[in-house]
Design a binder for this molecule. Sequence first.
Ligand code: HEC
Length: 340
Amino acid sequence: MRRVLIALLWCGAAAAETPGEALFLRGAGAEAIIGGGAVRLPASRFACAGCHGADGEGRAEGGTAFPAIHWSALTARAAPYDAAAVLRVLREGVAPDGRVLGSAMPRYEAPPGVMESLVAHLRGLKAAGEAIGSDRIRVLASGDAALDAGFAAAAARFNDRGGAYGRRLELVEGGPGIALAGLAEAVAPRLTEACTDALLTAMRQAGVTDFAQIGGRPADVAYRARAVGLTLTDRAEDILAMAAPERGAAGRHYYGCLDVLGPVAGALVAEGSRLTIALPDRAAFDWARAGGHDRQAMRGYTLGGLLGQAARDAGRRTTGAKLTEAARALPVAIEVISLP
Ligand code: HEC
C-alpha cells in the first residue's frame, strides 16, 4: 500500500469573541427594554451594530440619527463619556449631560461582566478606527519576528503596486493599529479548513487510501479524512525524524498543507520524493522558498496578502474593524502544486 504523508502545520484556534463583542454585533447575552420599560425582549433583535454600525461610526436613516459610539466619539462629546457613563446610559438612558435619550435607543440589562466587556469593545473600536488613515493602514507588529517579517515583505509588495486608495500598509510597533497577532488567529482556522479540503480532494483524486500526518490537530484531520474514506495511519513526524535510508528514500509521495518548506521540503525533493502541497497564497510560497523563510514567515506573508486584498475590496471609506472582518471572511483560493 502506498503511504502518503499529510502535513498540516497551520494550526490555531479561532479568536474567541468576547461577551461585549457578541452583544455589540449580535445582541447576544442581554435583554433590551423598550417602550419606556413596558417590553423586555432578548437583545438579539437590538444589536448595537444594527443601528450604530459594526464600526460604531453611526449613520442617519429614515429621519433618525444614530450617533457615533466608538470611543473617540464618546470621549469627544462636550460632556464626555467614561466607562461608568456608558453603563448608565445603557441601563437608564441618561447621558453624561443629563439628557434622557429618546425611545429609539433601547435600554439594556445584562449579567455581571457583560456590560463591562461591551465597554471594552467600544474602547477597541476607537483603536480600530484610527488604524486607518488617509494614506496608511497601520498594522501592529505581533512581536513574532518571522510573522512580522513575512507581513512586512507582503506589505512592501502591496505598497510597490500602489496600495489601495492611496493607502499603504504600514507595520508599526505601537499605537493604534490592526493587531497582526489577532488577525493571524482569526484567519488560521479558515485557512486550515480550506487547505485540508483541498488536500483531501487531491488525495482522493490520486487514489490514496492511507496517510500519515505532520503537525496540525490529528483528531480533526483523521475525522475529516475518515469521512471521505481515507485512513490516518500514523504520525509522520516520527517518520520524518528517521534517517532517510530507514524511511525508504525515493519515490514517496508526500501530501502537505501550506508550508512543507525549507530543509524538509528540500531534503525530500532531493531524495527523489514528490510533494503535493496545498497553498492559500502562491506568492507567499515563492517568496519563502526563494529566501529560505520558515512557515511562520510564510504565514505572515499570506496575511499581508489577505489584508491588502481586503483593503482593495473595502473601498475608500473603511475602518480597522471592517478590514479585519473582511480579511477574515475572504474566500481562500487554495492552489495545489506539485514538487519537483
Ligand atoms: C434600535 C436602534 C438602536 C440600537 C439597537 C442601539 N441604539 Fe444606541 N442609540 C440609538 C439612537 C437613535 C440614539 C440617539 C438617541 C437620542 O439622542 O435621543 C442612540 C444613542 C446611543 C448613545 C448615546 C450617544 C450620545 O451621543 O450621547 C450610546 C452611548 C449608545 N446609543 C450606545 C448603544 C449601544 C452600546 C447599543 C447596544 C448595546 C445601542 N446603542 C443600541 C439607537 C440604537
